[in-house]
Design a protein around this ligand. Structure first.
Ligand code: 8YV
Length: 319
């Protein structure tokens, strides 16, 4: 008998077919314990596949037969991993396929905010380009500046590669571990957080959200940054204390921010961040290209099939 899989996002047709040849699929738009249909599907499901939502102990208590959760993401801060582990439920994720795409997004934010691309592109559209440009439209150079990378996992390394080889940047980084290969390849310097904040022109966050990283960047940390430095965040919103960020931008403690992630998503249209010219905010698009989202979905389907067949070779978070 085929296992039952609860799918809570859409899948490209070929991947849906692949999964349905292995499992009976019950599809929903989101995770919703308020719906009876959803709860009865969850009660029978061996596998769960989708992205986001709050997968906590209460949620998995509704899933007595669950054997594997396959998230279409690298991050899993929305999942209570301990609760899954206690129940012997595997958590699968997609750590490798999105690395380059997220690093590209971060570099795009670095350039967009420092060279003021969205702001100045908008000026043309508004008919404001009527003579040669004046210094008030000048941006700030990226090449040969110092990039400080917080978190040196796959994405941190891919960002360092772009910044060092593509833009001749100096690389500082802070992470749990020092990596000699990173030091050697990118002539990078491992340092503590304070030094990174004090010396970087671009402070780039690639960290996951954990109890240790929650609000790691707050009022004190902004006060250590150079007034002409930029904050770039494509890790998780809550690594940064957003109120303190807004305050730092208002007080001109820092020059600007390029943000892909926010404490609450979707970001409220009334957020003060959206009325600041020196903020480039994008709607959590780090991995959102056609190619990478397909690869992530494919990886998640393969992960779930492997986990439900007791054939896991990679991408398992907890076993
Ligand atoms: C996506 C991400 O937003 O993988 C992650 O952890 O943050 C992004 O790639 C996520 O996968 C939602 O689909």
């Amino acid at each position: 008998m085929k296992p039952t899989v609860l799918l809570y996002q859409s899948l490209p047709e070929a991947l849906y077919k692949k999964l349905s040849s292995f499992a009976d699929i019950k599809q929903f738009d989101t995770l919703s314990l308020d719906s009876n249909d959803f709860c009865s599907a969850l009660a029978n499901a061996s596998g769960l596949l989708g992205a986001g939502g709050n997968i906590d102990k209460n949620f998995i208590d509704h899933a007595p037969h669950l054997k594997a959760v396959s998230t279409v993401s690298v991050g899993y801060d929305n999942v209570d991993v301990n609760a899954l582990t206690k129940r012997n439920i595997k958590l699968m994720h997609t750590p490798t396929v999105l690395t380059d795409t997220v690093a590209d997004t971060m570099m795009a934010l670095v350039l967009a905010v420092s060279r003021r691309i969205p702001e100045l592109a908008d000026n043309i559209k508004q008919g404001l380009w009527v003579k040669g440009i004046t210094p008030d439209w000048y941006g700030t150079d990226v090449h040969h500046k110092t990039m400080g990378i917080l978190g040196m996992g796959r994405i941190g390394k891919a960002l360092a590669q772009r910044a060092y080889f593509g833009f001749n940047m100096n690389i500082l980084y802070h992470s749990r571990t020092e990596y000699t290969d990173v030091n050697d390849r990118f002539d990078a310097k491992y340092c503590d957080l304070d030094m990174l904040l004090q010396q970087s022109d671009f402070v780039c966050i690639t960290l996951p959200l954990t109890p240790e990283t929650h609000h790691l960047i707050s009022k004190n940390q902004f006060s250590m940054m150079k007034p002409d430095a930029y904050l770039i965040n494509a890790g998780r919103g809550a690594v940064v204390d957003e109120k303190a960020l807004i305050n730092a931008l208002e007080q001109k403690d820092i020059a600007g921010a390029g943000l892909d992630v926010f404490e609450t998503e979707p970001l409220s249209p009334s957020s003060p961040l959206l009325s600041m010219k020196n903020v480039v905010a994008v709607p959590h698009i780090g991995s959102a290209t056609k190619e990478t989202r397909y690869a992530m979905a494919e990886c998640a389907v393969d992960n779930l099939i492997a986990a439900l067949s007791d054939n896991v070779k990679e991408n398992c978070v907890n076993f």
